[in-house]
Structures are given as structure tokens and as C-alpha cells.
Design a protein around this ligand. Structure first.
Ligand SMILES: Cc1cc2nc3c(=O)[nH]c(=O)nc-3n(C[C@H](O)[C@H](O)[C@H](O)COP(=O)(O)O)c2cc1C
Length: 164
């Protein structure tokens, strides 16, 4: 616990101990939809309603979000681990083949079966190391009962078990 040398491996090892929810962030550019699995999602402000996501600027999805300035955060349900794996892989084309979705008011895809979604317009983009922090103003959102998918120590979990 006293090691002070920060390497990519030690940083990743530390972060693996932090459990997160799992989202699929969708966007659209020149009529082409795109999505990516994202766990770096957080609420920022209630009034105005703001959220943030952090996206690697080398990810294909980066330009979709940066140029279209819209995105939708789909919070995955506990039984949607397959979608999380699918959209974390380097798929070039046909990302949406066989995936049920509807198109939201921003033009981004709202995936079926998620526990919640938040459609956003990009309010700010900040470069931070390898990633960009996008702050999105929420223009539409909805939720339904259900347990969320979680990610911890490199594995997916159903986070629906209450312990208190
Ligand atoms: C559970 C999980 C969470 C992830 N969270 C993020 C994230 O917050 N930001 C990010 O840029 N990539 C994240 N990734 C990695 C991307 O999903 C992955 O690099 C993807 O292949 C990028 O696809 P693209 O280049 O087609 O956009 C995550 C992957 C997993 C499995």
C-alpha cells in the first residue's frame, strides 16, 4: 500500500477496485449512428441538469460526439452485459445489427431494455490527458424499474442486490 510510483498498470490496478455502473453512449454523425461502452459517467448539476462522460480521443466515437455535439447515455440493465462487451470491442461497421433501439429527439439511439437514458447536448469539452471530458446538458431523460449492470475488478455484475 506504500508504493508511490504511478505506472499505467498500478493506476489501472487501483481503479479496478472502484465499482461503477455501465452505460452505452450513442451518438450520430452525418446520419451514421455510433455507440461505445462507457463507465466514466457522473451527474454534475441538477439545475441546470448536467452530466459528464470521459471519452478517449482515439476512440472512434470521439469524433461523433465532438462534431455532432449530441450524445445519449443509456444506463444498462443487469442482463445487458452482452451489449457492454459488444460496444467495448473495436467494431468498425454494423454496430447496430440485431440491436433494438429507437431514435431520440437529438437523433441519437435510445437502446431498448436499459434502466434509464439521458439525451444530452454538449455544453463543454475539456481535454484531459488521453481523454476528453464532455459535459452534457440533459434535454430529455426517462427511467424504468430494474437493476443496473455494474463493473468491478474487470468483470460485469448485476448490481440489483440491496444489502441494508
Ligand atoms: C466496462 C467498460 C467501461 C469503459 N469505459 C470507457 C470510458 O468511460 N471511456 C472510454 O473512452 N472508453 C471506455 N471503455 C473502452 C471503450 O468501450 C473501448 O475502447 C471501445 O472499443 C472504443 O470503441 P470505438 O473506438 O469504436 O469508439 C470502457 C470499456 C469497458 C469494458
Amino acid at each position: 500500500m506504500s508504493n508511490t510510483t504511478v505506472t499505467p498498470d498500478s493506476f489501472k490496478a487501483a481503479m479496478r477496485h472502484f465499482p461503477t455502473g455501465v452505460t452505452v453512449v450513442t451518438s450520430v454523425r452525418e446520419g451514421q449512428p455510433r455507440c461505445v461502452t462507457v463507465s466514466s459517467f457522473a451527474s454534475v448539476s441538477i439545475d441546470p441538469p448536467l452530466v459528464l462522460i470521459c471519452i478517449n480521443r482515439e476512440a472512434r466515437s470521439y469524433l461523433y460526439i465532438s462534431e455532432s455535439r449530441i450524445f445519449c447515455v443509456n444506463i444498462l440493465a443487469g442482463d445487458q452485459g452482452q451489449l457492454a462487451r459488444r460496444f467495448a470491442s473495436k467494431m468498425r461497421d454494423n454496430q447496430f445489427e440485431g440491436v433494438a433501439f429507437e431514435t431520440g429527439q437529438t437523433g441519437a439511439a435510445i437502446l431498448s431494455g436499459c434502466v434509464a437514458h439521458l439525451e444530452c447536448e454538449v455544453a463543454e469539452e475539456h481535454h484531459a490527458g488521453t481523454h476528453s471530458i464532455f459535459i452534457g446538458r440533459v434535454v430529455s431523460c426517462a427511467s424504468r424499474p430494474g437493476s443496473p449492470l455494474g463493473y468491478y475488478n474487470g468483470a460485469f455484475h448485476d448490481f440489483g442486490i440491496r444489502i441494508d
